[in-house]
Design a protein. Sequence first.
Length: 76
Amino acid sequence: MRKQRIEYDSPVDALVAIAKRLSIFETRYRMASEEFFDKFSKGQSEDSEDFVEWANDYQHYVAIRREIEVHVQHVA
């Protein structure tokens, strides 16, 4: 499987794109990303390609959200 690198103009654009992907997984598997990641981290779900991608997207989402929050706090 080849991964492609996507670059965004801003962290907000990246956050929106990842949130859309998370929403697709949440709908498909009828589970919130936070709940899924908790189970995945504890080894309570399989390591399918979808689940690994979902876990990576969720970690990326959390990291970007934190980055934006820190930036906003410094501006305010």
